[in-house]
Design a protein around this ligand. Structure first.
Ligand code: ADE
Ligand code: ZN
Length: 339
C-alpha cells in the first residue's frame, strides 16, 4: 500500500469537533430554506465564500450565523448524523462531539429536545456505520460564569450521553479563572473537564485552565509552545492536547501548517490528539488532518498511528473500552502495514 493510502485507512479517534461547525454547505442551504430564515446565502458558491475568514473573530461571527440558522431542534439529528457519517468514511471509530446549547437557548430552542435529536443522530450513525459518539457541552465563555452555572443545572437534570464540559467561544476577553466554581461543580457531578485555551490567547490562559479549572484536556493549546515550563507541566500531569492544525491555519492562528507546534508537543512527551474542529467550515476532515501532517510536517504512518493510540488513552471511554479499542486498532494497523 502507498503511504498515503495507509494514512487514510488508519483507525482514528476524533476528540474535538463542534456539531454546529459540522454543518455541510448543502445542509446549511436546506435548513435555511426549511426554517424560512432571511439570508443572502442562496447558492453553494455563496457558502464556500462565507466559509472563508480574515481572522479568528471573523470565524466566530460566521460560526454564530450558522448556529443561529438552526431554528428547529430536529435539524440537530441531520447535522450530527452527517458529521458521524463523514467521520466513519475517514475510519474514525469514536467521536467526542461538542455541543453549545446556550447558543440556541437564547433563540428559544429547547435543551431536552436538542439533546434528544443529537442522540438520535448518534444512534442512527452507530447502526449504519458502527461509529460511537459521546457529547461534551461547551458552556461558551462569552455568556459568563453565571449563565454557565445555569447550563450546568440543565446538564445535572438531563445528561444523556454527556461526558464532559468545555469553554469555547471568544477566548481573549474571557479568561478561564472566573469559571473555577463552575468547573469544581462539574467535577462533583462526575463530568470530565476540558477547556479551549491558548488558541486565540497566550500561554497564561493555559496555565489558568490547568491551575484554576483542573482540566484533563486542552482544546488547541497552540500558544503553549512559547513556554517550555508549561510544556513540561502538561507532559508531567498527563494532560492531553487536542490539536486542530487545519483550523489553526484557516483562522490565522498560524501562517502555515509547517509552523504548527504539534511536533514540539510530542517531543516534550505530551499526549496529542489530532482533530478537525469545524470540518466543513474549514474545508477539512480527519483524513485531511492526518494526510496534511504527513505532507507538511513529515509525519510517518507509525507516528500518526501513535497519535490514534494516544487519543484512545486520553478519551473519555472506560478503561475496558480503551483496552478493546487499542487491541482492535493494533490488529487493523498490522493488516494495513502487511499489504
Ligand atoms: N466554537 C467553534 N469552533 C471554535 C473554536 N475553534 N474556538 C472557539 N470556539 C469555537
Ligand atoms: Zn473548538
Amino acid at each position: 500500500m502507498y503511504t498515503e493510502e495507509i494514512i487514510l485507512n488508519l483507525p482514528k479517534i476524533e476528540q474535538h469537533v463542534h456539531i454546529v461547525g459540522s454543518t455541510r454547505p448543502e445542509t446549511l442551504l436546506e435548513i435555511l430554506q426549511e426554517g424560512d430564515v432571511q439570508t443572502d446565502l442562496q447558492t453553494l458558491q455563496d457558502i464556500y465564500k462565507f466559509y472563508q475568514y480574515t481572522d479568528f473573530d471573523h470565524f466566530l461571527s460566521v460560526y454564530r450565523k450558522v448556529s443561529d440558522s438552526i431554528t428547529e431542534e430536529k435539524f440537530y439529528q441531520t447535522i450530527t448524523y452527517q458529521m458521524l457519517q463523514r467521520n466513519a468514511e475517514c475510519n474514525v471509530k469514536h467521536v467526542e462531539a461538542i455541543w453549545s446549547p446556550k447558543d440556541h437557548l437564547r433563540n428559544g430552542l429547547d435543551y431536552d429536545k436538542m439533546l434528544d435529536y443529537i442522540n438520535r443522530g448518534i444512534r442512527q450513525a452507530k447502526q449504519k456505520h458502527d461509529i460511537t459518539c459521546t457529547i461534551r457541552i461547551d458552556l461558551v465563555r462569552n455568556y459568563g460564569p453565571e449563565t454557565a452555572n445555569q447550563t450546568l443545572d440543565l446538564i445535572q437534570r438531563n445528561h444523556q450521553n454527556v461526558k464532559a464540559i468545555d469553554i469555547g467561544g471568544s477566548e481573549k476577553p474571557n479568561p478561564p479563572e472566573p469559571y473555577k466554581q463552575v468547573y469544581r461543580r462539574a467535577k462533583e457531578l462526575g463530568l470530565h473537564l476540558c477547556a479551549h485555551a491558548g488558541e486565540a490567547a497566550g500561554s497564561e490562559y493555559i496555565w489558568e485552565a490547568i491551575n484554576a479549572l483542573d482540566v484533563e484536556r486542552i482544546g488547541h493549546g497552540t500558544s503553549a509552545v512559547d513556554d517550555p515550563r508549561l510544556l513540561k507541566v502538561i507532559a508531567e500531569r498527563g494532560i492531553g492536547i487536542e490539536a486542530c492544525p487545519v483550523s489553526n491555519l484557516r483562522t490565522g492562528v498560524i501562517k502555515s501548517l509547517r509552523e504548527h507546534p504539534i511536533r514540539s508537543f510530542i517531543n516534550h512527551g505530551i499526549k496529542v490528539s489530532v482533530n478537525s474542529d469545524d470540518p466543513p467550515m474549514f474545508n477539512t476532515d480527519m483524513n485531511n488532518e492526518y494526510v496534511s501532517l504527513h505532507r507538511e510536517l513529515g509525519f510517518t504512518p507509525q507516528e500518526l498511528f501513535n497519535i490514534s493510540l494516544n487519543s484512545i488513552q486520553t478519551s473519555y471511554l472506560s478503561s475496558n473500552e480503551k483496552q478493546n479499542l487499542t487491541q482492535s486498532f493494533h490488529k487493523e494497523y498490522e493488516i494495513l502495514t502487511q499489504k
